[in-house]
Design a binder for this molecule. Sequence first.
Ligand code: HXC
Length: 521
Amino acid sequence: MVTVMVEQVDRIEDLRRRKAMAEAGGGQGRISVQHAKGKMTARERVELLLDKGSFMEVDALVEHRCRDFDMDRNVISGDGVVCGHGTIDGRLVYCFAQDFTVYGGSLGEMHGLKICKIQDMALKTGAPIIGLNDSGGARIQEGVASLGSYAEIFFRNVRASGVIPQISVIMGPCAGGAVYSPAITDFVVMVDKTAHMFITGPEVIKTVTNEEVSFEELGGASTHATRSGVTHFTAEDDEGAIGIVRELVSLLPSNNLEKAPVLMTDDPFDRACEALENLIPEDSSQPYDMLLAVEEILDRGSFLEVQADFATNIIAGFGRLGGHTIGVVANQPMFLAGCLDIDASIKAARFVRFCDAFNIPLLTFVDVPGFLPGASQEWGGIIRHGAKLLYAFAEATVPKLTVITRKAYGGAYDVMSSKHIRGDYNIAWPSAELAVMGAQGAVQIIHRKRIESSKNPDQERGRLVDDYAETFANPYKAAALGYLDDVVQPLETRAALTRALGALLEKEEVRPARKHGNIPL
Ligand code: HXC
């Protein structure tokens, strides 16, 4: 009897010891190095991400089974990644956090399979998955077994795309093919200075192309926020990044069969938007800040901008209208006069497709003089890329609300969630101009001969421009055709949109059954 009890105590002691070893990761020395770099440990990050006390770990006792390069002498329980589930604002989420203190967070066979298990659980239960990445990439000692696990993760990322929200946070290195898991996920958050993403590093680039570029310039957060558009959010530190994830998750539904949680607001739905009364300048060639319109119309303080520093000629982001999550796309006349170019089209198209996949209604603000002219745009494939945005809006079946504040010219008018591609509630301000092009350009084309043969060409041109502007530079031709559902004062816009959204919440619209469409890529 005594022997049995001693054995039991020993077993419990053994379990405790094993769990403690798993918890210690790569040990105190390496944890101190991690902290010295301004980075939190994997476990600290998970604790901060999830509601207090809600984390439930799985696979803490998983071990690698590599026997090459003396790896059998260094087996660390958990294999360098902390996995499990917990809650954010009481809602279930799955997460994994790579532990840089264990083999540099590198991804070996079992480390990868732990992530796969979490991905499978998230998909089965219809809960968002959040990956906290901090890794030296494929575990070099494990060779192709490591590549195999990577591909298993990529496959699951694709399978879950459009079914559950997938969010990647880059909190350290993320190089080589490892970048493709975050790239497939819906949102990437990078920590400034400590996060780096690239396919090949500065040394390889120097060898192959002779270009000299620093880590930071090549793949730092600011590069990916402004130049490549790879990252959607940038944070100053780990804490900031985790804060962004929590805010984002609060705005999203848990899966594609649900709607986003409704957050009651004390902001009156019919609040008059007085700040918008003088927003549009008298001279229609003058810019103004569309962000002011977005923020004034949405529930106070609810707007979370996505890719704020990339393709700044278009705004994308989530907010709430009457408590309901809404995806906002808006031309920004402050940059490139609000023209659509390649980057803006791609940025907005992916955002629209995310919203449509996750039952998030779309609110589009239009002030667009057209697609950006230029040989570099044409050669870069603006036809193909601009078509993405057209495709995305046309394919979207969520409620679509559109406000034309000023210019809606040419093909861009059609693209920006117009009535013709099935906008549900399309309105304009009295300052709206819906036409094939601006009055100057139009007159130059249709009245060139008349102007040239006139005794006073400048005066004649001016008269014709005024005439054209009076005929077309207003919303009333379009309203007369039913292309606009209403023309409203800026003051009334919030009230009109909130009521329209309320009426559209149960909208159902179907497209023909098919395996999938063929969006221009
Ligand atoms: C095994 C690795 C590792 C890796 C780092 N370590 N990367 N172990 N496989 N890929 C180990 C180091 O040996 C070291 O162990 C510990 O992690 C910390 O690394 P340090 O180099 O001391 O840290 P630091 O100076 O901060 O540099 C971090 C780093 C660097 C920039 C990530 O370690 C690095 O360049 N690693 C190699 C990156 C790489 O080339 N990976 C393969 C990319 S290709 P000790 O015991 O000494 O502390 C790829 C393909 C994916 O990933 C394909 C998917 C399809």
